[in-house]
Design a binder for this molecule. Structure first.
Ligand code: 5GP
Ligand code: ZN
Length: 116
């Protein structure tokens, strides 16, 4: 359960199931879903359930941050060949548009069409 929520945050709404998403992983700490506008054959967002603005804030929760990285790694294994890029856009001038921390997992997987 997310103990921190921002009522105006699109990813808090996705976490709560109020906006639909194609979830490919969920556990007690994070959810992962396909990016609406994929930039690679595999493009998944790993999102902590609790609202925090960016990775600088998440760094104060090292277990959650480590869990985000671990989930990214297992999804890259599951959906691609295991190799991946992990990107945290941090701040407006770095291209962050959703101010609820999310890891972009980008990989060039050999996937069947429609799988991801
Ligand atoms: P940022 O630019 O903040 O690092 O990344 C935000 C990402 O979230 C973008 O890649 C964008 O395509 C994705 N995104 C924004 N809104 C939604 C949404 O409602 N659903 C999904 N699945 N992805 C979204
Ligand atoms: Zn949020």
């Amino acid at each position: 359960a997310a103990e921190r929520r921002d009522e105006d945050c699109v990813f808090c709404k996705i976490v709560a199931g109020e906006i639909p998403s194609e979830r490919i992983h969920e556990d007690d700490q994070v959810i992962a879903f396909k990016d609406l506008n994929p930039q690679a054959p595999v493009h998944v967002l790993v999102v902590p359930r609790e609202h925090r603005a960016d990775v600088r804030e998440l760094a104060h929760q090292p277990e959650q941050l480590a869990h985000v990285v671990a989930v990214a790694g297992s999804l890259a294994q599951q959906l691609a060949d295991g190799d991946f890029r992990l990107v945290f856009n941090t701040g407006q001038s770095a291209g962050q548009t959703v101010f609820h921390v999310h890891a972009h997992v980008l990989a060039s997987g050999e996937l069947a069409e429609g799988e991801l």
